[in-house]
Unconditional design. Sequence first.
Length: 296
Amino acid sequence: MPPRASVSALTDSVSVSIQAPGGWYQSNSGWIRGADGGLLIDTCATEGLTRRLLAAVDADLGARPLTLALTHAHGDHANGAGAVRGRGGTVLARTATAHEVKAGPHTFPQVFDCSVWGDIDPPADITEVEAVQAVDLGGRVPEIHPVPVKAHTAGDLVVWDSADGVLFTGDLLFVGVCPLAIQGNVRGWLEVLLGWLPAFEAKHLVPGHGPAVDRAAVTPLVDYFQWLIEVTDKPEPDFAALYADARDRWPDWLDSERHAVNLLVAHAESRGAEPDLMAAITALMTTNGGRIVLDL
Ligand SMILES: [Zn+2]
């Protein structure tokens, strides 16, 4: 397993674990340390990656009790929740996320080729959070904020540490990686990026994928979602041409096969329809040339 997760102190009390380069299932985590406890934001895709993460958390927090907040249900962020619960930690998530996580880990063998999942059984109990909730860590009180509309998923939340101006955005923000709206809503996501997220006036944004950044990193995603909405707002878009255009416009983003999915989702929204998930998965695999091999 390549040692690509890099743990560092973002501030005196906030640490981040950034997996580079941040492609499929290579997601970020972080934690906030108080005098009496720690709040971990997200886990990893595999048992091995989560073990490494929790070793770094233990080294920093010692015996302080741990609370885990899941930004959403996707397996790269949530597959380690059972490991945290198994150690006596509390797991917090939106209701939609809790239901999806408890239904079983995200592995999707029809789409992804991976042999290193390990034990990723979900936790039996998750505490549901549907309103702003402060988590008192002792001298440190970060807040969990549910995202008010369907954006990356129907169960997104962010974690806000006002003391240091750090916002853990989960997959509301991808940096250097193509975003993925397969379970989301492009219009809702854009609305969140334009109005809701900036209101925190965060100094540091920790994305779900890619390095920690400042607020300027939101702009490319805003541009992208506006483009998606504009070019798919017609009865029969030329998806192949638009896919090629997207790759030209955002040439540096990893995992460009996701454009094929995002175009379908945006087009379904323009007709007031639910996206055809099977068509989206087929588009993903066709543009990728088969199952996606995970490098974990
Ligand atoms: Zn996600």
